[in-house]
Design a protein around this ligand. Structure first.
Ligand code: AMP
Length: 144
């Protein structure tokens, strides 16, 4: 049985930290820091996803423009073309997506509404659990 996004969200919760597109880069950085997270989803009307902003975007904004970037809107630095998944997506599909596209966060949608977010940390945690269970099964098989 493959582990689904629904199973991960049932365990970790469905809360997602979001921001509007007009908040400044400095406010977005403070939001990442205060929540101890690496990404925020940028939402517009009715909680629709309009972008994703991560610590990588923060580093490249500062690297490119210096401190003056902090006063500019986050919409200028976010990625607007967001890859999403749904609750039926599997952990294997997410691993494939994250490694081929080289990002570490995937928002979860249902009926075009944001209902969760999966990070590479969630995927790794789940994968370790699966490998441990497989090892236990093999040990039990050999012993029995
Ligand atoms: P990350 O590895 O998640 O910090 O993201 C690396 C880069 O990919 C940043 O420019 C992000 O804005 C972008 N990014 C992160 N997650 C996604 C996603 N689900 N869809 C599209 N771009 C993303």
């Amino acid at each position: 049985m493959s582990v689904t996004v629904r199973m991960i969200l049932d365990e970790k919760g469905r809360n997602v930290v979001t921001l509007g597109p007009t908040v400044t880069l400095g406010e977005a950085a403070a939001t990442l820091h205060q929540n101890k997270i690496g990404a925020v989803v940028v939402v517009g009307m009715e909680n629709r996803i309009v972008g994703i902003f991560t610590e990588r975007d923060l580093a490249s904004a500062i690297g490119r423009m210096g401190a003056q970037a902090l006063e500019l809107p986050v919409s200028k630095f976010m990625t607007a073309n967001v890859h999403r998944c749904n609750e039926d997506s599997t952990v294997n599909e997410l691993m494939e997506l994250m490694s081929s596209k080289r990002f570490r966060h995937v928002p979860v949608e249902s009926d075009s509404k944001l209902i969760g977010i999966i990070s590479i940390g969630d995927v790794v945690k789940q994968r370790i659990r699966e490998v441990e269970m497989e090892a236990e099964h093999i040990k039990a098989y050999i012993a029995g």
